[in-house]
Design a protein around this ligand. Structure first.
Ligand SMILES: [Zn+2]
Length: 308
Protein backbone atom coordinates (compact mmCIF):
# COMPACT_ATOMS: atom_id res chain seq x y z
CA UNK A 1 0.00 0.00 0.00
CA UNK A 2 1.40 3.36 -1.05
CA UNK A 3 0.68 6.48 0.92
CA UNK A 4 -0.53 9.59 -0.87
CA UNK A 5 -1.43 13.08 0.19
CA UNK A 6 -3.95 15.55 -1.20
CA UNK A 7 -2.15 18.77 -2.18
CA UNK A 8 -5.32 20.73 -1.67
CA UNK A 9 -6.45 19.75 1.85
CA UNK A 10 -3.44 17.74 3.16
CA UNK A 11 -5.50 14.54 3.61
CA UNK A 12 -3.20 11.52 3.87
CA UNK A 13 -4.49 8.19 2.60
CA UNK A 14 -3.31 4.70 1.72
CA UNK A 15 -4.49 3.19 -1.52
CA UNK A 16 -3.85 0.01 -3.45
CA UNK A 17 -2.31 2.05 -6.27
CA UNK A 18 1.45 2.36 -6.63
CA UNK A 19 1.66 5.54 -8.69
CA UNK A 20 0.00 8.94 -8.72
CA UNK A 21 -1.34 8.41 -12.25
CA UNK A 22 -3.38 5.43 -11.02
CA UNK A 23 -5.19 7.75 -8.62
CA UNK A 24 -5.81 10.46 -11.21
CA UNK A 25 -9.47 9.43 -11.53
CA UNK A 26 -10.03 9.13 -7.79
CA UNK A 27 -11.30 12.15 -5.82
CA UNK A 28 -9.96 13.10 -2.41
CA UNK A 29 -12.40 11.68 0.18
CA UNK A 30 -12.08 14.85 2.23
CA UNK A 31 -12.16 17.83 -0.19
CA UNK A 32 -13.55 15.83 -3.19
CA UNK A 33 -11.08 17.40 -5.63
CA UNK A 34 -9.47 15.38 -8.43
CA UNK A 35 -5.86 15.29 -9.53
CA UNK A 36 -4.36 16.59 -6.32
CA UNK A 37 -2.50 13.44 -5.24
CA UNK A 38 1.22 13.39 -4.50
CA UNK A 39 3.44 10.77 -2.92
CA UNK A 40 3.53 11.16 0.84
CA UNK A 41 6.84 10.34 2.53
CA UNK A 42 6.58 12.44 5.67
CA UNK A 43 5.58 11.48 9.22
CA UNK A 44 2.50 9.28 9.66
CA UNK A 45 1.86 9.53 13.42
CA UNK A 46 -0.43 12.63 13.40
CA UNK A 47 -2.68 11.00 10.77
CA UNK A 48 -2.70 7.62 12.54
CA UNK A 49 -3.54 9.21 15.91
CA UNK A 50 -6.43 11.22 14.39
CA UNK A 51 -7.83 8.10 12.71
CA UNK A 52 -7.59 6.19 15.97
CA UNK A 53 -9.94 8.74 17.53
CA UNK A 54 -12.44 8.33 14.68
CA UNK A 55 -12.11 4.55 14.79
CA UNK A 56 -12.69 4.48 18.53
CA UNK A 57 -15.97 6.41 18.12
CA UNK A 58 -17.18 3.85 15.59
CA UNK A 59 -16.05 0.94 17.77
CA UNK A 60 -17.86 2.29 20.83
CA UNK A 61 -21.13 2.31 18.84
CA UNK A 62 -20.47 -1.25 17.60
CA UNK A 63 -19.66 -2.29 21.15
CA UNK A 64 -22.96 -0.95 22.54
CA UNK A 65 -24.96 -2.73 19.84
CA UNK A 66 -23.06 -5.97 20.40
CA UNK A 67 -23.59 -5.89 24.15
CA UNK A 68 -27.35 -5.54 23.54
CA UNK A 69 -27.25 -8.42 21.07
CA UNK A 70 -25.12 -10.61 23.31
CA UNK A 71 -27.46 -10.03 26.28
CA UNK A 72 -30.50 -10.79 24.13
CA UNK A 73 -28.86 -14.02 22.93
CA UNK A 74 -28.03 -14.91 26.51
CA UNK A 75 -31.70 -14.52 27.53
CA UNK A 76 -32.86 -16.57 24.55
CA UNK A 77 -30.36 -19.27 25.35
CA UNK A 78 -31.43 -19.45 28.99
CA UNK A 79 -35.13 -19.53 28.01
CA UNK A 80 -34.48 -22.28 25.44
CA UNK A 81 -32.55 -24.33 27.99
CA UNK A 82 -35.35 -23.99 30.56
CA UNK A 83 -38.05 -24.84 28.03
CA UNK A 84 -36.16 -27.93 26.98
CA UNK A 85 -35.58 -28.96 30.59
CA UNK A 86 -39.30 -28.63 31.34
CA UNK A 87 -40.19 -30.81 28.35
CA UNK A 88 -37.67 -33.40 29.40
CA UNK A 89 -39.16 -33.63 32.91
CA UNK A 90 -42.66 -33.98 31.49
CA UNK A 91 -41.45 -36.66 29.09
CA UNK A 92 -39.87 -38.68 31.88
CA UNK A 93 -43.05 -38.58 33.93
CA UNK A 94 -45.31 -39.38 30.98
CA UNK A 95 -43.40 -42.17 29.25
CA UNK A 96 -44.44 -44.67 31.90
CA UNK A 97 -48.19 -44.04 31.57
CA UNK A 98 -49.01 -42.79 28.04
CA UNK A 99 -46.99 -43.94 25.02
CA UNK A 100 -48.90 -41.78 22.47
CA UNK A 101 -48.49 -38.55 24.43
CA UNK A 102 -44.88 -39.46 25.07
CA UNK A 103 -44.18 -39.79 21.34
CA UNK A 104 -45.61 -36.32 20.70
CA UNK A 105 -43.57 -34.92 23.55
CA UNK A 106 -40.49 -36.59 22.13
CA UNK A 107 -41.03 -34.63 18.95
CA UNK A 108 -41.38 -31.35 20.93
CA UNK A 109 -38.25 -32.22 22.83
CA UNK A 110 -36.33 -32.65 19.59
CA UNK A 111 -37.49 -29.21 18.37
CA UNK A 112 -36.59 -27.64 21.71
CA UNK A 113 -33.12 -29.17 21.47
CA UNK A 114 -32.64 -27.65 18.01
CA UNK A 115 -33.75 -24.24 19.33
CA UNK A 116 -31.27 -24.57 22.17
CA UNK A 117 -28.44 -25.40 19.77
CA UNK A 118 -29.31 -22.41 17.56
CA UNK A 119 -29.51 -20.09 20.57
CA UNK A 120 -26.16 -21.44 21.78
CA UNK A 121 -24.54 -20.77 18.41
CA UNK A 122 -25.99 -17.24 18.27
CA UNK A 123 -24.72 -16.50 21.76
CA UNK A 124 -21.27 -17.80 20.92
CA UNK A 125 -21.19 -15.73 17.72
CA UNK A 126 -22.29 -12.51 19.46
CA UNK A 127 -19.78 -13.04 22.28
CA UNK A 128 -16.95 -13.63 19.81
CA UNK A 129 -17.77 -10.45 17.86
CA UNK A 130 -17.93 -8.46 21.07
CA UNK A 131 -14.58 -9.86 22.17
CA UNK A 132 -13.00 -8.67 18.87
CA UNK A 133 -14.41 -5.18 19.30
CA UNK A 134 -13.32 -5.05 22.96
CA UNK A 135 -9.81 -6.00 21.90
CA UNK A 136 -9.71 -3.38 19.15
CA UNK A 137 -10.83 -0.74 21.65
CA UNK A 138 -8.19 -1.98 24.05
CA UNK A 139 -5.53 -1.64 21.34
CA UNK A 140 -6.39 2.04 20.92
CA UNK A 141 -5.52 2.67 24.55
CA UNK A 142 -6.60 5.49 26.79
CA UNK A 143 -7.03 8.34 24.28
CA UNK A 144 -6.28 11.35 26.47
CA UNK A 145 -3.19 9.62 27.87
CA UNK A 146 -2.09 8.48 24.41
CA UNK A 147 -2.35 11.99 22.99
CA UNK A 148 -0.43 13.40 25.93
CA UNK A 149 2.28 10.73 25.66
CA UNK A 150 2.71 10.74 21.85
CA UNK A 151 4.74 14.00 21.67
CA UNK A 152 6.71 12.91 24.76
CA UNK A 153 7.61 9.57 23.13
CA UNK A 154 8.56 11.43 19.93
CA UNK A 155 10.86 13.80 21.85
CA UNK A 156 12.39 10.97 23.90
CA UNK A 157 13.37 9.08 20.75
CA UNK A 158 14.58 12.24 19.06
CA UNK A 159 16.84 13.10 22.02
CA UNK A 160 18.24 9.62 22.62
CA UNK A 161 21.78 10.74 21.70
CA UNK A 162 21.79 13.31 24.51
CA UNK A 163 20.11 11.11 27.13
CA UNK A 164 21.78 7.76 26.42
CA UNK A 165 25.09 8.76 24.86
CA UNK A 166 24.30 6.90 21.61
CA UNK A 167 21.97 7.68 18.73
CA UNK A 168 20.47 4.22 19.02
CA UNK A 169 17.07 2.75 19.90
CA UNK A 170 15.93 -0.83 20.58
CA UNK A 171 12.91 -2.56 19.07
CA UNK A 172 11.60 -6.12 19.49
CA UNK A 173 9.37 -8.07 21.85
CA UNK A 174 8.33 -5.52 24.44
CA UNK A 175 9.02 -7.78 27.39
CA UNK A 176 12.43 -8.86 26.13
CA UNK A 177 13.51 -5.37 25.13
CA UNK A 178 12.59 -3.84 28.48
CA UNK A 179 14.53 -6.60 30.22
CA UNK A 180 17.56 -5.67 28.11
CA UNK A 181 17.06 -1.95 28.79
CA UNK A 182 17.20 -2.56 32.54
CA UNK A 183 20.81 -3.72 32.24
CA UNK A 184 22.21 -0.17 32.38
CA UNK A 185 20.92 3.26 33.36
CA UNK A 186 21.67 4.63 29.86
CA UNK A 187 19.89 1.83 28.03
CA UNK A 188 16.52 2.64 29.51
CA UNK A 189 16.43 5.81 27.36
CA UNK A 190 16.65 3.69 24.21
CA UNK A 191 13.25 2.01 24.44
CA UNK A 192 9.66 3.18 24.15
CA UNK A 193 8.78 3.41 27.81
CA UNK A 194 5.26 4.77 28.35
CA UNK A 195 2.41 3.32 30.41
CA UNK A 196 -0.17 3.95 27.66
CA UNK A 197 -0.04 2.65 24.22
CA UNK A 198 -1.56 2.66 20.73
CA UNK A 199 -0.22 2.09 17.19
CA UNK A 200 -0.16 5.90 16.63
CA UNK A 201 1.81 6.46 19.82
CA UNK A 202 4.26 3.75 18.80
CA UNK A 203 4.70 5.35 15.37
CA UNK A 204 5.31 8.75 17.07
CA UNK A 205 8.20 7.25 18.97
CA UNK A 206 9.68 5.61 15.87
CA UNK A 207 9.32 8.82 13.87
CA UNK A 208 11.12 10.79 16.61
CA UNK A 209 14.01 8.38 16.11
CA UNK A 210 13.79 8.70 12.33
CA UNK A 211 13.93 12.49 12.65
CA UNK A 212 17.11 12.09 14.74
CA UNK A 213 18.48 9.60 12.15
CA UNK A 214 18.93 7.14 15.01
CA UNK A 215 19.93 3.52 14.43
CA UNK A 216 17.29 0.94 15.41
CA UNK A 217 18.63 -2.31 16.78
CA UNK A 218 16.27 -5.29 16.60
CA UNK A 219 16.67 -7.29 19.80
CA UNK A 220 15.92 -10.96 19.06
CA UNK A 221 15.47 -13.68 21.65
CA UNK A 222 16.48 -16.97 20.09
CA UNK A 223 14.79 -19.02 22.81
CA UNK A 224 11.32 -17.57 22.16
CA UNK A 225 9.66 -17.85 18.74
CA UNK A 226 7.42 -14.84 19.45
CA UNK A 227 10.48 -12.70 20.14
CA UNK A 228 12.49 -13.95 17.17
CA UNK A 229 12.42 -13.75 13.36
CA UNK A 230 12.70 -16.98 11.33
CA UNK A 231 16.20 -17.37 9.74
CA UNK A 232 14.61 -17.74 6.26
CA UNK A 233 13.03 -14.30 6.62
CA UNK A 234 16.20 -12.72 7.98
CA UNK A 235 17.96 -14.00 4.86
CA UNK A 236 15.54 -11.98 2.72
CA UNK A 237 16.52 -8.79 4.57
CA UNK A 238 20.18 -9.33 3.70
CA UNK A 239 19.69 -9.41 -0.01
CA UNK A 240 18.86 -6.68 -0.86
CA UNK A 241 19.29 -4.75 2.40
CA UNK A 242 16.80 -2.07 1.29
CA UNK A 243 13.75 -4.31 1.59
CA UNK A 244 10.64 -2.75 0.04
CA UNK A 245 8.22 -1.35 2.63
CA UNK A 246 5.20 -2.25 0.48
CA UNK A 247 6.20 -5.91 0.32
CA UNK A 248 7.12 -6.08 3.97
CA UNK A 249 3.68 -6.78 5.52
CA UNK A 250 2.94 -9.39 2.83
CA UNK A 251 6.14 -11.14 3.82
CA UNK A 252 5.28 -10.89 7.53
CA UNK A 253 1.95 -12.61 6.92
CA UNK A 254 3.27 -15.23 4.51
CA UNK A 255 6.39 -16.27 6.42
CA UNK A 256 6.31 -14.60 9.82
CA UNK A 257 3.27 -16.17 11.53
CA UNK A 258 3.88 -16.99 15.17
CA UNK A 259 7.06 -14.90 15.18
CA UNK A 260 8.04 -11.36 16.11
CA UNK A 261 6.51 -10.20 12.80
CA UNK A 262 2.92 -11.47 12.73
CA UNK A 263 0.33 -11.87 15.49
CA UNK A 264 -2.17 -14.66 14.90
CA UNK A 265 -3.16 -15.74 18.37
CA UNK A 266 -6.77 -15.80 19.69
CA UNK A 267 -8.33 -15.23 16.27
CA UNK A 268 -6.26 -12.08 15.59
CA UNK A 269 -4.53 -11.60 12.21
CA UNK A 270 -2.30 -8.57 12.12
CA UNK A 271 1.30 -7.38 11.94
CA UNK A 272 2.96 -7.15 15.35
CA UNK A 273 3.88 -3.76 16.76
CA UNK A 274 7.52 -4.57 15.95
CA UNK A 275 6.52 -5.18 12.31
CA UNK A 276 4.75 -1.80 12.33
CA UNK A 277 7.98 -0.20 13.59
CA UNK A 278 10.13 -1.90 10.96
CA UNK A 279 7.63 -0.86 8.26
CA UNK A 280 7.93 2.81 9.36
CA UNK A 281 11.71 2.55 9.10
CA UNK A 282 11.72 0.88 5.67
CA UNK A 283 9.27 3.49 4.45
CA UNK A 284 11.70 6.20 5.61
CA UNK A 285 14.53 4.61 3.61
CA UNK A 286 16.24 2.64 6.39
CA UNK A 287 18.30 -0.42 5.41
CA UNK A 288 19.21 -3.61 7.26
CA UNK A 289 22.78 -4.13 8.44
CA UNK A 290 23.86 -7.53 9.72
CA UNK A 291 26.89 -8.29 11.91
CA UNK A 292 27.96 -10.95 14.38
CA UNK A 293 26.80 -10.54 17.96
CA UNK A 294 28.97 -11.47 20.95
CA UNK A 295 25.98 -12.76 22.89
CA UNK A 296 23.54 -13.82 20.15
CA UNK A 297 25.86 -15.43 17.60
CA UNK A 298 26.87 -15.06 13.96
CA UNK A 299 24.72 -12.72 11.85
CA UNK A 300 22.43 -11.98 14.79
CA UNK A 301 23.34 -8.34 15.35
CA UNK A 302 20.70 -6.68 13.21
CA UNK A 303 20.44 -2.93 12.94
CA UNK A 304 18.23 -0.77 10.77
CA UNK A 305 20.45 2.05 9.50
CA UNK A 306 19.17 5.51 8.54
CA UNK A 307 19.54 6.71 4.95
CA UNK A 308 22.66 8.83 4.40
ZN1 LIG B 1 -8.27 16.87 -0.43
Amino acid sequence: MHTFQCRSCAFVGQFGASYVYELAGKPCPKCKKFGEWQDYKDEMAPTILAREDEKLERLRIDQQQLVVRRDKCQLEFTAAAEARQALESRYERLVKVDAVQAAKLMNDLFKATMRLVTAGNDLEDASAQLKDVDEEIDNLGNRSAVKKDAPVAYANARNVQQTSGKNKLYIGSRQYVSLHARKSPKKKFRILDVPNWSPGLNVSWVEGGIRAKAQFKIKLNQGDQYADIPPKVLQLFQDPANYNADDFFKLCKAQGKGSLLWYDKDGAERPTWTALEIWCLLRAGYTFRFADSKTDGAGRKIVLMPPL
